[in-house]
Design a protein around this ligand. Structure first.
Ligand code: ATP
Ligand code: MG
Ligand code: MG
Length: 357
């Protein structure tokens, strides 16, 4: 049996384990925060991956990150820091939102002059689900907080038409495969829902594949990577990259013959990979700060992934994949969900109905 260790033991690690089972790949997520001196039984030919791009140094994380088969090792740090991530995009000439480093010499008025009256600062590291962002607004005389200097980048506010992402994989021989583009809805910086594939996104697929292919090749990357983009007219701008399986790829669990978790494991273990086939369109609804409701299971086209985490406001605790076999079935399921779910879900569920065809 092949063994793949995962740095981190959240839901992504759990779903990697689930995907490894039918291939007899033993996936072992590690809680690297555990205060443990335990010596992990790592073998020379074990493979190490990560479900997060950043982690604190601990006895356990060091054992994993210093193993010779820690795949993509140097990539994590490079993409975990938005300064080096955006620099990489510029070096590779991949279009991204115009940006610069915020340091001791950055003059806020120069930022307004260059990018416009709204400028988005993002912490270089640690941000997720829209945390670690700070809007500078000229009209409100917004200033750069002292503790953001050196620790943040400033980005032009993009007046995008919509947000999309693409999940791709690169094998150790440099072959790349991609899923169809996914349409994403974010609310307050956090992913609420995804729809994929969509006929109207097909014209953007080639551009998305070229961009992500350039990035994965440039990094000599192996495994699954996700690229979040803004669609502005007929073109894409990269928002950010994730060197791992990604929330906006969860629909592949229901909609394809090979989901992103299995794809990642196949690439890591040098198993054959072909173009993933889409069985049917899917929508994904993130379950955020909401208690588990078994009525969801009564929907004819729903698959529930419940992460068994403590429910807290704003925390991702599960997701629902709904396959779209017919418009009628989707409409039925979404209207049921609307009647069961709280206010903050009404807009995303309506958005799904408005966009899923
Ligand atoms: P994630 O959970 O996806 O890792 P994050 O906290 O790393 O999120 P981003 O993806 O950079 O943050 O931004 C979160 C959301 O904020 C984006 O999906 C988008 O809706 C909005 N956003 C980010 N950058 C910009 C921008 N330059 N202009 C306008 N909106 C933006
Ligand atoms: Mg992010
Ligand atoms: Mg993001």
């Amino acid at each position: 049996t092949k063994r793949v260790w995962v740095l981190g033991n959240g839901q992504l690690g759990a779903m990697l384990s689930h995907a490894g089972q039918p291939l007899a790949i033993e996936v072992l997520p590690v809680d690297i925060m555990a205060p443990s001196d335990e010596k992990l039984p790592l073998a020379d030919d074990d493979i190490i991956t990560a479900e997060r791009e950043q982690w604190p140094e601990s006895s356990l994380s060091l054992q994993l990150s210093t193993h010779k088969n820690f795949i993509n090792g140097p990539v994590f740090g490079r993409l975990a820091d938005r300064y080096t991530q955006k620099s990489l995009l510029d070096e590779l000439k991949v279009a991204t939102a115009p940006w610069e480093l915020v340091d001791d010499n950055t003059d806020v008025n120069a930022l307004y002059g260059k990018y416009g009256e709204r400028v988005l600062m993002k912490r270089r590291t640690g941000g997720y689900d829209g945390k670690g962002q700070h809007w500078l607004k000229q009209a409100e005389n917004g200033q750069i907080p002292a503790d953001w200097r050196g620790e943040a980048i400033a980005e032009q506010a993009i007046n995008f038409d919509e947000e999309v992402s693409v999940v791709g994989v690169r094998t150790h021989t440099g072959e790349c495969f991609f899923y169809p583009l996914t349409l994403n809805l974010h609310q307050d910086g956090i992913l609420m829902a995804s729809v994929s594939p969509l006929p109207r996104l097909v014209p953007l697929q080639a551009e998305a594949e070229t961009m992500l292919g350039t990035i994965m090749n440039g990094l000599n990357y192996v495994g699954v990577m996700a690229m979040e983009c803004f669609r502005v007219g007929d073109h894409l701008l990269v928002n950010e990259l994730a060197p791992r399986v990604h929330n906006s790829g969860h629909w592949t669990q229901a909609g394809t013959h090979m989901d992103q978790f299995q794809l990642h494991l196949r690439a890591l273990c040098h198993l054959p990979i072909q173009q993933p086939q889409v069985n049917f369109p899917c929508v994904m609804v993130n379950l955020i700060g909401i208690d588990k409701d078994d009525r969801w299971l009564s929907l004819p086209n729903a698959e529930l992934f419940w992460y068994a985490k403590e429910v807290r406001p704003g925390r991702k605790v599960g997701h629902l994949n709904l396959s779209v076999h017919s418009k009628t079935m989707l409409e039925h399921s979404i209207s049921q969900l609307k009647s069961w779910m709280p206010t903050q879900y009404q807009a995303p569920l309506q958005w799904i109905l408005d966009n899923a065809d």
